[in-house]
Design a protein around this ligand. Structure first.
Ligand code: FAD
Length: 432
């Protein structure tokens, strides 16, 4: 029997570790690169709603939750006012990330996985077969202090609780408190950044509570004892959709973030790992190409059999772009894109401001760039067959330059300026 190919996972948070373990269960060789070390505290509310023991069992990580708490009740405050005191519709699992991530890393190495800690991988835009990105949330490129978010977290003991899960909703953020083990409580907050607030750690947290009008909780916190090692903070979170974020195999927060307070990021990490594992196993066993493996993670097994949902001509997210086109242009067939618009900009050349655009593409399709002045007659100006370099059939044609920037990215540069009297149209044709 031929040996399976090795999957390489970048990022050892919940999604990366649980995928790594699920693949080891399937006898797939796995190498995992994690920038940090274990154990360590992470900014997280540390309760898991939406994922349950059957899912953990399927992933091979159930033993990590043996002593996890089960939270059953919740109270909510808006400002100083209590607005809710209820049983949760179903219990949620609560466990410290310090403990959980460390346990998962141990299960991974015990099952024969190769773990490289302190190994930060630089993304270079090149899609490599067998590589999975699970490096967590993307940092916002241009988050100003006005619209950025800050996450703060610490563990306390000796805290008197009103309910299993307490929420305090403020003007621009919220605080959550829940037990994570016997007499250990996680205090975790997410606020819009207020760069005018002074201090670090505890002073900063209290400053944000005051700023958000939810300082009524402070007195109880002051009576409790903080674990100084558990303080952590994150900033620069971007909850807006990032363009072209779904190229390649990406799971967990790296695939996409959901809005604050929805609180299901950990469940999404586990579910995305469970969805990716069977496809990666097929690839590792040489039963499908890597591109096919990427594609199948968007659909369940039943959906893959139903071409009205998963076929090239179908449009699974009803955004007007057939799945086949979304596949070739590396967008997600389950997330409405509206329409395909390449990233465009202007570049200055000797003739004036000229139009430049780029797009990402899969390497197993024929892509043709065509040009027209009247939207009726089209001239082929460049073609790439299954990832081959773009060829231009027109000798001496110089008004458009097509550059392979690397891997999947194609950059198209028009030399005639945008002020040129006769307008010009370009279209991208894809065939699989
Ligand atoms: C304030 C706050 C509260 C939250 N509360 C909850 C909650 O109560 N419940 C819930 O379900 N979710 C919650 N979440 C979300 C949850 O923490 C995330 O959704 C979850 O951790 C995502 O898991 P992940 O594996 O995708 O990413 P992460 O857990 O972030 O892991 C990513 C890993 O990749 C590593 N890494 C990063 N870059 C590289 C690189 N270049 N090379 C190698 N390694 C790299 C990092 O070190 C990290 O270990 C909260 C988030 C915040 C910010």
């Amino acid at each position: 029997m031929s040996r399976k190919q090795t999957a390489v996972i970048f990022g050892g948070g919940l999604s990366g570790l649980s995928l790594a373990i699920a693949l080891r269960q399937r006898n797939v060789p796995v190498e995992l690169h994690e920038a940090g070390n274990y154990p360590r505290h992470r900014v997280c509310g540390e309760f898991i709603a939406g994922a349950d023991m059957p899912l953990f069992e399927k992933l091979g990580i159930k033993s990590a939750f043996d002593d996890a708490l089960s939270l059953k009740t919740t109270v909510w405050h808006c400002g100083q006012r209590q607005v809710l005191d209820e049983q949760l519709p179903s219990p949620v699992v609560s466990i410290s990330r310090y403990t959980l991530d460390e346990r998962l890393s141990r299960i991974f190495t015990e099952t024969g996985g190769v773990l490289h800690c302190g190994s930060r991988i630089q993304e270079d835009g090149v899609e490599r077969e067998g590589s999975v990105w699970s490096t967590g949330r993307r940092l916002a490129n241009q988050v100003s202090s006005k619209n950025g978010w800050i996450g703060l977290k610490c563990h306390m003991s000796g805290l008197s609780m009103k309910s299993d899960l307490e929420f305090y909703i403020g003007r621009r953020g919220y605080l959550g408190i829940s037990p994570v083990s016997k007499d250990r409580y996680n205090v975790c907050a997410l606020f819009r950044v207020n760069s005018g607030l002074p201090g670090t750690k505890q002073d900063l947290l209290y400053g944000y509570l005051e700023d958000n009008g939810i300082h009524n909780v402070r007195a109880r916190m002051e009576e409790a004892k903080v674990d100084p090692e558990s303080w952590c903070a994150v900033a620069g979170m971007n909850y807006r959709k990032v363009r072209n974020e779904n190229t390649g195999m990406r799971i967990g927060d790296q695939f996409g973030l959901i809005a604050p307070l929805t609180g299901n990021g950990m469940s999404i990490a586990f579910v995305s790992a469970a969805l990716a594992a069977p496809s990666i196993e097929l690839w590792a066993s040489n039963k499908c190409t890597w591109q096919e493996a990427i594609r199948t993670i968007h659909f369940t097994t039943e959906e893959l059999l139903d071409l009205a949902i998963s076929g090239d001509e179908a449009d699974a997210d009803f955004d007007g772009l057939p799945n086949g086109i979304e596949y070739v242009l590396l967008s997600n067939p389950r997330i409405p894109s509206g329409f395909f618009a390449p990233n465009n900009s202007l570049s200055v050349n000797e003739m004036g401001d000229a139009f430049v655009y780029d797009f990402s593409r899969n390497l197993d399709a024929t892509i043709t760039i065509e040009e027209s002045v009247d939207l009726t007659a089209w001239t082929v100006i460049a073609t790439s067959v299954n990832g081959s370099p773009f060829q231009t059939p027109l000798q001496g044609y110089t008004t458009t330059e097509v550059i392979e920037v690397g891997g999947n990215l194609v950059n198209v540069r028009l030399s005639s300026p945008v002020t040129f009297p006769t307008g010009k149209f370009q279209r991208i044709m894809v065939v699989r």
